[in-house]
Write a protein that binds this ligand. Structure first.
Ligand code: SF4
Length: 431
């Protein structure tokens, strides 16, 4: 699969060619061309072409009003809203510790049904700390038994729960710890653990997990924050000065990589996660220079076992192209391919967890065949009515290019027949 993608986008009715540096994990157009999921892409594009055409008789009115007979290719699974930290920079603060829960058997049924209908990957992330969920291990084991890719994003406080499932993960799975600091002082100030735990105590457990299974990658995630950043009117502690220290720490304890990404906040209008740089406009250049200098120095630590990842968001911050990722087509096609399952319900995008305008259904939307068929109608309705150009006009959306690419295929249906399956070096169905 290509790393750098040259994308033809049908923006504003005019074809424009843009060369973008999408990280491989964000090259979603290539991911949808993998042989195992190409049929889903083709069926979706054809459904869009036919249902947009009032003169088309290939599909019945009923078929036009429900998406093709597939579950999403990938879901974000918020397995719980409970969290044992109180991070200052958390974008999900408003939905934490709501006490709303899944019926566990219904959750497992949902995963089984989605797998039978084409689900390929599950990212256990967000909305709470996954390892707090009492049946975390059982859920991960079910996902793996169904042959799906799995990843877990954790705050690192309960790594014994990761150790318990380490044996069932494989080379296409990953675990990432959100640590965001090089020193324990900054770690404590940013994360505010509710039970005492230090950054060292977390990192010291990595070699033990590697001993159980070294096939899957364990990452150190570092959200870069700067003075002046705020969320929900609360200011955020700065950590730019600890980027190198964090990389040294990650390497020392046996993490496979450190990934740097910029801080996101919430838009007032619709609570979307956005890159809001207005408050630091006059200092933006200075901040970018400081980040670049830290990344360059950290890169000296790279070797065959340890990598430094600059995420796409960090690259677009640096080259100031983030505005070009805010111009979305009217239809967000990714609502079909990737959804968010949370105890609070089923949502269309990670940006709109628990937002009414992004809601597809309840937390049992895929628990039974009957629910699934209803959900197909709700998804179709949302795809038609959710105006991404308006709703997401402030979001630096990393799905921007794949959305434009699919829109172009729908507007020029002869192109979809020419799309060929692309097998990557390693299968990757995380969307
Ligand atoms: S356009 Fe982007 S931000 Fe908006 S709903 Fe779609 S994926 Fe989410």
């Amino acid at each position: 699969m290509s790393n750098d993608a040259t994308v033809t986008a049908a923006a504003s009715g005019t074809d424009i060619k843009r060369h973008i540096e999408l990280s491989k994990i964000h090259d979603f157009a290539s991911k949808l061309q993998q042989p195992e999921v190409l049929e889903v892409l083709k069926k979706y594009v054809n459904w869009q072409v036919q249902s947009r055409n009032p003169d088309d008789n290939t599909l019945s009115a009923e078929e036009k009003n429900r998406v093709p007979d597939f579950a999403p290719v990938s879901i974000n699974l918020d397995i719980t809203t409970a969290c044992n930290f109180a991070c200052d920079h958390c974008v999900d603060k408003d939905i934490l510790n709501t006490k709303t829960k899944y019926k566990h058997e219904a959750l497992l049924d949902s995963i089984r049904l989605m797998a039978a209908k084409g689900l390929r990957s599950v990212i256990i992330i967000g909305g709470g700390e996954p390892t707090v969920y009492p049946k975390f291990g059982e859920t991960v084991r079910l996902i793996k038994s169904l042959g799906l890719q799995v990843s877990v994003v954790s705050n690192g406080s309960r790594l014994h729960r990761i150790a318990e499932i380490a044996d069932c993960l494989d080379e296409n799975d990953w675990v990432r710890l959100s640590l965001d600091s090089g020193s324990d002082g900054v770690f404590q100030a940013m994360h505010k653990p509710k039970q005492p735990i230090t950054l060292d105590q977390i990192c010291e457990k990595i070699p033990d997990i590697k001993k159980i299974n070294s096939k899957f990658k364990i990452g150190f995630s570092f959200i870069v924050t700067w003075k002046g950043a705020s969320i929900n009117d609360a200011s955020i502690i700065e950590n730019i000065h600890e980027m190198i220290e964090a990389a040294e720490r990650a390497k020392k304890y046996g993490f496979d990589y450190i990934a740097y990404k910029p801080f996101l906040t919430r838009a007032e209008a619709n609570n979307a996660e956005v890159m809001d740089l207005r408050e630091i406009e006059t200092r933006l250049d200075e901040i970018i220079v400081r980040i670049r200098s830290q990344v360059n120095e950290a890169k000296q630590l790279e070797d065959k076992n340890f990598k430094i990842y600059e995420t796409t968001n960090l690259k677009v911050l640096e080259n100031k192209s983030y505005k070009s990722y805010t111009h979305q087509p009217q239809t967000c096609h990714m609502q079909f391919f990737r959804q968010i399952l949370s105890p609070l319900g089923m949502y269309n995008c990670p940006v709109y967890r628990n937002q009414i305008h992004g809601r597809i259904g309840g937390n049992e939307a895929y628990a039974t065949l009957e629910n699934f068929n209803e959900t197909r109608k709700h998804t179709a309705k949302l795809i038609k009515n959710f105006n991404a150009t308006e709703q997401c006009k402030e979001v630096t959306c990393l799905y921007n290019h794949v959305n434009w690419w699919i829109e172009d295929l729908i507007q020029n249906p002869e192109k979809i027949e020419l799309v060929q399956a692309q097998a990557g070096d390693e299968p990757d169905f995380f969307l």
